[in-house]
Design a protein around this ligand. Structure first.
Ligand code: GRF
Length: 198
């Protein structure tokens, strides 16, 4: 049974997809903690409704104390290790993790990114794909799950899926189509990996 630590920063619809898949017996896993760096992340509400342990851990306190991101990342890793996860799943986690975190979970951190490998790394990927489509530069976008390395959204790809762009799409139409694809792909990706031994 894979023990998952799921990191969120926002709505948590991908977290919800994992909760639902586990409940439905579609994913042999257990979510051992949901971590958020934002107090108002609705994903924390979803976690509490599912009776999952949560950990709110903001960077702000470190910044105000004049401490580095590495200090934050190192402490976050320590606290996460206490839950003994096999996998750390970044599902809408909007904070770039440094080697101070990644080094504690070698080969065990997955990230979901709403773009195809090598395209639109970083934030607002769906909007940037939408604008590229409007400019006639692309005719499809997609989603990927990859192993996390220090370079943002660039590690070895575990799973990917294309998402069509249609004339007349609004940005909201595309976002809905991308998120629906993410919800499916994330479950498939976690099912397909064998995390390294702890
Ligand atoms: C998803 O598109 C994820 O890939 C991106 O941020 C969004 C988070 O959505 N990093 P949610 O919080 O899982 O609903």
């Amino acid at each position: 049974m894979k023990q998952l630590a799921v990191f969120i920063s926002g709505s948590g619809s991908n977290l919800q997809a994992l909760i639902d898949a586990i409940r439905a017996g579609e994913l042999e896993a257990r979510i051992v903690v949901v971590v958020s760096n934002r107090a108002n992340a609705y994903g924390l509400v979803r976690a509490e409704k599912a009776h999952l342990p949560t950990l709110y851990f903001p960077l702000k306190a470190y910044r105000e104390a004049g401490q580095s991101r590495e200090a934050y990342d190192a402490d976050l890793a320590e606290m996460t290790l206490a839950y003994q996860p096999d996998l750390v799943v970044l599902a809408g986690w909007m904070h770039v993790l440094s080697p101070a975190f990644l080094g504690r979970f070698p080969g065990r951190v997955l990230n979901l990114h709403p773009a195809l490998p090598g395209q639109f790394a970083g934030t607002h990927a769906i909007q940037r794909a939408y604008e590229a489509f409007q400019r006639g530069e692309i005719d499809q976008t997609g989603v990927m799950v990859h192993w996390v390395i220090p370079e943002v959204d660039a590690g070895p790809v575990v799973a990917t899926a294309t998402v069509p762009l249609q004339a007349g799409d609004s940005l909201a139409d595309l976002e809905a189509r991308v998120h629906a694809t993410e919800h499916r792909l994330l479950v498939e990706a976690i099912r397909s990996v064998d995390p390294v031994e702890k």
